[in-house]
Design a protein around this ligand. Sequence first.
Ligand code: HEC
Ligand code: HEC
Length: 385
Amino acid sequence: MKQLAAALLSSGLLALLAACQPGGQPPPRGDAASPQPASDWRWNLPAGVAPPPVPADNPMTQAKFQLGRYLFYDKRLSGSGRLSCASCHPQAKAFSDSAPLSLGDAGERTLRNSQPLANAAWHQTYTWANYSLTTLERQMDGPLFRTEPVEMGLNDRNLPAVLERLRADPRYAREFARAFPGEASPLTLANIVKAIASFERGIVSFNSRYDRYRAGQARLSAAELRGLKLFNSERGQCYRCHGSPNFDDQMAGASQGQPFHNVGLYNLDGKGGYPFPNRGVLELSGKPSDMGRFRSPSLRNAALTAPYMHDGSVATLEETIRVFAERGRHGGKGGDGRANPYKSPLLDRIRLSARDQADLLAFLKTLSDDKLVNDPALSDPFAAP
Ligand code: HEC
Ligand code: HEC
């Protein structure tokens, strides 16, 4: 009885009271219409990198970032209570997974390789091949509710119980109220999504040895410098698709035309076929010319994010570089990717010797950010100290 009264008080009654306040303000609810606290967030970015876009209805705040960190690591947010976002995006692997395909809440494997989340705030589109997913908030529908295959395993049936599970934790009662001030019952799905998206935006990686070199605070070896030069050269072509400060073509202004490319990984039928359901943008657009076209991944922390490519089918960074040097993958069950008719023409311009490839490898390794993978502010708050 006491519980019921408390629930009534916290949801209906307070909302009613708020609605009756002078000024005609609608009752605060966990939706896009609620008033938002001003941002107290400071981006700490190197010269030449502008702050990322942030949705007007979800400004960055310390309180949301802190709350989002808990939720990102909280297994209670999954259907079974056994999985968190971090299960497939662990900090030690720069927030990607070391398995080619990750294990979801219902024991099924994901269709694609889990992506690293550092600097995701800057991406123009989310996931491997979806031009229509343009915010982290919308992307989250996927992991939370996806059914084929299940990731976090939430659905209409278990969502009320999951929300109750979180409401029972006094920390969340306190932290949601702090992060969403003025809302009568702030622990809603919409606010969970806003808080986790704020945490994700705060996973920022610009502190690699390469960044320190750029800032004049570190040296690169001769091999690393040769690799950097090759990366930005006509012989390497890497910069064409990985040329932004984030080493992808996803930052505003950095992409030329459609930022999705076929790099010749497969050619199953001799006509350019990639294996279903991983045929890239084609799965969404239905256009044959989109066969095998995927987003260029950011190469920041690449040495930490093995295995590689959209399906995790390339085990090492050495091998990945070799795929580019050979202008496509060949010799395996996937067919001769070099002759894939949908392959980007840029690949055929690549001219890299064995020594060049070793230099590129040395350069890519300078993009690892040790601070990112050890930063206590991004670590699992539930882990024993
Ligand atoms: C079962 C493993 C799994 C879980 C759990 C999971 N993810 Fe993912 N995540 C993936 C995979 C796989 C992809 C690539 C999806 C694709 O391209 O289809 C991905 C992609 C993403 C991306 C896109 C990154 C980019 O660069 O575009 C974001 C953001 C993300 N996940 C956030 C989350 C959040 C937040 C949660 C928790 C609510 C979560 N993930 C839970 C496996 C997982
Ligand atoms: C035509 C655009 C293009 C060019 C040129 C290009 N890449 Fe890529 N790169 C991509 C795309 C697209 C993917 C993902 C392909 C997939 O999964 O099917 C990728 C994947 C990678 C990966 C794997 C990253 C991960 O997290 O899975 C590495 C490493 C990489 N590229 C390095 C390079 C290097 C080094 C060069 C130059 C020798 C280069 N790329 C040239 C577009 C390009």
